[in-house]
Design a protein around this ligand. Sequence first.
Ligand code: OSB
Ligand code: MG
Length: 405
Amino acid sequence: MVRLPLVTPFRTSFMTEYHRDALLVCVRTPEGVEGWGECVAMREPFFSSDYLSAAADVIQRFLVPLLETMDDVTAEAASAVFTAVKGHPMAKAALETAILDAQLRSASSPVSLATYLGATHATVRAGVSVGIMDSIPELLEAVSGYLEAGYQRIKLKIEPGWDLTPVAEVRKRFGGDVPLQVDANGAYTWAQADDLVKLDDHGLLMIEQPFAYDDLWSHVRLGRRLATTPICLDESVASPNEVLTAVEMKAARIINIKPGRVGGYLRAKQISELCAEHDVQVWVGGMLETGIGRAANLALAALPNFKLVGDLSASERFFKEDITDPVVMNHGLIKVPDGPGIGVAPYKDVLDEAAEKAPPIVIPFVRRSPDQVQSLLEAAWMGPDMPALAGEPASAHRTAVAALA
Ligand code: OSB
Ligand code: MG
């Protein structure tokens, strides 16, 4: 677990973040190749039901044991067995990404995540998400700084009482041409729909997740009242089936694809293809990722279906110091990592420092039969000090899985 202070507090309709606490997952192959993934769950279940300690728990208690029945641990196979566990997409995504990173790095010809996924761009356009502020002058100053820095699209976080005025003021100061959109993180109820309809006159690229995650119907109803502005869903859709349902209901014309929220990069790609078949636009969302998650998100954003600018900013937008080589922006563009796997790894001193505060959880990878895993799962309610189960020792060709928490 690492804690990174944010350069400025990030306020959304559901919380204010001062730090990014990130759970990093590392898998190590018997040959010693390491792969990394970042769990984007927050400390508290305020964005979705995922939260950090639950993610660490479900990885240790359920996801790793499921892998232990497999002869050959690959990201594709892991993604399939993880469907046995309902929910917990952010935990699954973190472990699957770590496996994928190790797999791509240890291939006979190592390949980048971007190439593996089918990327068609070497750079992606940078977009920035701007938190709710205490005053309009503060907001205008922040937006001005991001535009000067070269960001190609601005997203304003909104909530009831901080919606029309900030949007109108940003339009007044920076003009009608600035690519602008808003994100409510589900803060509105249908009773407040009139306020959202008024946003229709401001040439927004989209209104993201105005209503609660489980309120698809209000998104449908709002869509009927908006003449031009498309609705985008984030929290409401965590799987291809949910995306298909939302799209067929006409709850959204745009989908924010966050690899963590949908359970990994493989499913993220699958959703992007499903959306393309339905003429639904997609973009890569962010969760205040460290360099680990940020690098992987860039690979996804380089796929051909991602035509809209995502929440992909430079590391310095959030952190004074990142835990990897920082993601940088040049003329509003960010380079897609082209090294093997996700293309980055955490700095060793960061890991050493984190380990001093909280020792990493090391999970030896043990080969188990399905019956043994069944017994393990039956014992799982007993808490972290589960009785050790006899398993065959990991043989040389099996992947050792270790989660660093
Ligand atoms: O809803 O898009 C969101 C950050 C944390 C939790 C939810 C959201 C966000 C963002 C993205 O707005 C910020 C970023 O990582 O660039
Ligand atoms: Mg959002």
